[in-house]
Design a protein around this ligand. Structure first.
Ligand SMILES: C[S@@+](CC[C@H](N)C(=O)[O-])C[C@H]1O[C@@H](n2cnc3c(N)ncnc32)[C@H](O)[C@@H]1O
Length: 255
């Protein structure tokens, strides 16, 4: 695996085990995507493929494409899904599918992508005229308390030298700016709104190691990673609650 790919990779098996909160959010969002069962769908940022499997059940006479930039996630999804979906390891900002799709679904992904204008333009181009986007990602204010704590621990020794001038991995956009961006690339019927959601993970260590601190841990040598996670959890105290804020969006490519 190239250094660039490794820098965007995840522990797919661990993510599959700990991602109950994300899975529940995805099921809630699916209520916002009416389907007849014969559509061609894209799961944008499919992760381990857990949510993609549900999408495939909803279109028994259709087709599902699943895209993820992380090699381990794409490999896990491909193995789990088999014939149920066609999986591509791609950056969504440079999305290229074999055919235009009727709908794009995305969960817990867009906040990992720095340039939302480029992303939304790529998604708009991937849709058929009249096609729909239904997505949710981290939004403005997401895990603010946890981010502050992790940022403070990253300034402590022996971790500080590995985080000099690092701005963090996330792009937590607001609802108004996202509405503007979606309209600017050509979507209409745009609706975006923020939704606070508290999460108490069943296994805080595994959850933050796999999800919230995944890109922090990339920067640290192996020998410091466990100590960093433990120190962040110690600073967070108990009970461990993550103050998630989700950014919902729905939009239509004009028909
Ligand atoms: C928290 S996981 C969500 C996975 C899945 N959608 C779910 O709900 O469980 C975020 C995923 O976004 C993927 N991702 C991040 N940036 C991406 C990009 N630029 N293009 C494609 N996938 C990306 C990551 O590799 C990761 O699998």
């Amino acid at each position: 695996m190239s250094r660039a790919a490794a820098a965007r990779d995840w522990d797919a098996a661990s993510y599959d085990r700990v991602s109950d909160p994300q899975f529940e959010w995805a099921l809630e969002q699916l209520e916002r995507l009416p389907l007849c069962g014969d559509e061609v769908l894209l799961d944008a940022g499919c992760g381990s493929g857990r949510v993609t499997a549900v999408l495939a059940e909803r279109v028994p006479r259709g087709r599902v494409y699943a895209v993820d930039v992380a090699p381990s996630m794409a490999a896990h999804a491909r193995e789990t899904l088999g014939e149920r979906a066609t999986v591509f390891c791609q950056d969504l900002a440079e999305l290229s599918l074999p055919e235009p799709v009727d709908a794009i679904f995305s969960n817990a992904t867009f906040h990992w992508i720095p340039a939302h204008d480029t992303l939304f333009d790529a998604l708009h181009r991937a849709l058929k005229p009249g096609g729909r986007l239904v997505a949710q990602c981290g939004g403005k204010g997401n895990i603010d308390r946890f981010r502050r704590l992790a940022g403070a621990v990253a300034q402590e020794q022996p971790f500080a030298p590995f985080f000099v001038d690092w701005r963090g991995p996330w792009n937590y956009a607001g609802d108004a700016e996202t509405t503007t961006r979606l309209e600017r690339v050509g979507f209409d019927e745009v609706a975006c709104w923020l939704e606070p959601k508290e999460v108490s993970p069943a296994d805080p260590y595994a959850f933050v190691q796999t999800v919230c601190l995944v890109r922090h841990l990339d920067r640290l040598p192996n020998g410091l990673r466990e100590a960093f996670v433990a120190r962040v959890l110690e600073a967070a105290g108990e009970p461990f609650v993550l103050d998630y804020v989700r950014l919902n969006m729905s939009a239509k490519r004009p028909g």
